[in-house]
Design a protein around this ligand. Structure first.
Ligand code: UD1
Length: 427
């Protein structure tokens, strides 16, 4: 397994280009199942989760072509020859469950493995299944698989979610594009990635109104066609590098950054004493003083994103004063805390509340990445820790961040990837 060796203490200054959004690109690729035409996606991030989604689509029978030669422009489309999503792929990446709605809508049947456990919580998919049942699907659970079918086309209906779920909103929205009649999704998730998916589906001929609002209305059409679509920039990647500028006392220009998609994050950064300024497509983030403590509660969009919680925990570990972080979206998303403590952070966790007593300095140590965002919080801590931090289990990071060591090194960070069989040597 690869590790990173990080030597802390260098302010990050320069430019970082923010790539395409993982959480959008994965769903846009799944939307390729809704048509036999070619869906061409550009600005696709080159990360492991995209590779996994392409493997899944190929085993459903789709042609996946790398048009650019570097993975950033992909074309998907073709005949579906297999409606089963197997356990080995779905258990590797939960977003695989997003093929359920499209397969059901286009083929009237799907057999998708239940995803199983996850590092950050139990993450049930009941809302996805209830939503698809409202559209007329018969769903049973057999031998660890979701078996879904309809005798004819899905039928539009009113899907009322008890709370907003990103994935359930997306699965139902995709399925409803090919259903007969009107579907209304009440209490829909409002994340920018939902709007991105709706915009792509509209380019493919779907009739969707209200994406980004609490109620989405979809009028089903007989078929969808191919389209060209550019994946939106990754707001979480952008927020993460904003934290890198903040924690190192640096000054970064984040190209393709958009403060509109990060309002709650930007507000919190400013509260901590960080300067954030948007001009055209550049978000500049800098910090010249010690960070100040704050209070954060994670919530569905437009609230503070759970996907930024771990990164802020690193920031607040070295901020002046006592901070509080309440995680309300996932039940087990503090696995980075013991690792941050290994670097010298003072954090107490009680249930969903973490209390962080800011310290002046962290000290390098060997630490282990536990999930995607947690991995980056440890990099952030390593970037300011005295001495050497060795981050193990970097494969979590590779699932969702493109070229991390290249982007950080170009701005002055001392970070090196050591490959599995390579001997660990000092930087
Ligand atoms: C997506 C994002 C993930 C982000 C999360 C919340 C992708 C690939 N992943 O995940 O990065 O952290 O949104 O912003 O886009 N829930 C249920 N029943 C359901 C569905 C969800 O109880 O049927 C719960 C989940 O366990 C979780 C909460 O609802 O506690 C929110 O989950 P959801 O919005 O569905 O997140 P994902 O789509 O899985």
């Amino acid at each position: 397994m690869d590790h990173f060796i990080i030597h802390g203490g260098y302010p990050l200054c320069g430019e970082i280009v923010i790539g395409g959004a993982k959480n959008s690109a994965l769903k846009l690729l799944a939307a390729g199942l809704l048509t036999s035409d070619q869906l061409v996606l550009s600005n696709v991030p080159r990360i492991d989760d995209i590779v996994t989604m392409c493997v899944l689509l190929k085993q459903h029978g789709l042609n996946v072509t790398d048009i650019s030669g570097d993975g950033s422009v992909l074309s998907v489309g073709g005949k579906i020859t297999n409606t089963e999503a197997p356990y080995d792929i779905v258990s590797k990446m939960r977003a695989s469950v997003l093929v359920l709605g499209p397969l059901l809508a286009r083929c009237h049947e799907a057999r998708v493995s239940l995803p199983g456990g996850c590092a950050i919580g139990t993450r049930p998919i009941t809302l996805h299944l209830k939503g698809l049942e409202t559209l007329g699907a018969n769903i049973t659970l057999e031998n660890g698989y979701i078996c879904a079918s309809t005798t004819s086309r899905l039928k539009g209906g009113e899907v009322v979610f008890p709370f907003a779920s990103v994935g359930a909103t997306e699965n139902v929205m995709m399925a409803a594009t090919l259903a007969e009649g009107r579907t209304t999704i009440v209490n829909a998730a409002r994340e920018p990635e939902i709007i991105d998916l709706a915009n792509c589906l509209k380019n493919m001929g779907a009739e969707i109104k209200g994406a980004g609002e609490k109620t989405i209305v979809i009028d089903g059409v007989d078929s969808l066609h191919g389209a060209h679509y550019r994946v939106m920039p990754d707001r979480i990647e952008c927020g993460t590098y904003a934290c890198a500028a903040a924690i190192t006392g640096g000054d970064l220009r984040l190209i393709n950054g958009n403060t509109d998609h990060l309002a709650a994050v930007v507000q919190t950064l400013r509260h901590c004493g960080v300067e954030v300024h948007q001009t055209d497509n550049v978000m500049r983030v800098w910090c010249k003083e010690r960070l100040r403590s704050t209070e954060i509660t994670t919530e569905p969009y437009p609230g503070f994103p759970t996907d930024m919680q771990a990164q802020f925990m690193a920031l607040l570990s070295v901020a002046e004063g006592t901070s509080k972080v309440t995680e309300t979206v996932f039940e087990n998303r503090f696995m980075h805390v013991p690792e941050l403590v290994r670097l010298g952070a003072h954090i107490d966790v009680q249930g969903s509340l973490a209390t962080i007593h800011g310290v002046r300095t962290l000290t390098g140590a060997p630490v282990k990445a536990t999930d995607l965002r947690a991995s980056f919080s440890l990099i952030l801590a390593g970037l300011v820790a005295h001495g050497e931090t060795i981050l193990d289990h970097v494969h979590h990071l590779d699932r969702g961040y493109e070229a991390v060591e290249r982007k950080l090194s170009a701005c002055g960070a001392k970070i090196e990837r050591v490959q599995k069989n390579q001997e660990i040597k000092p930087v």
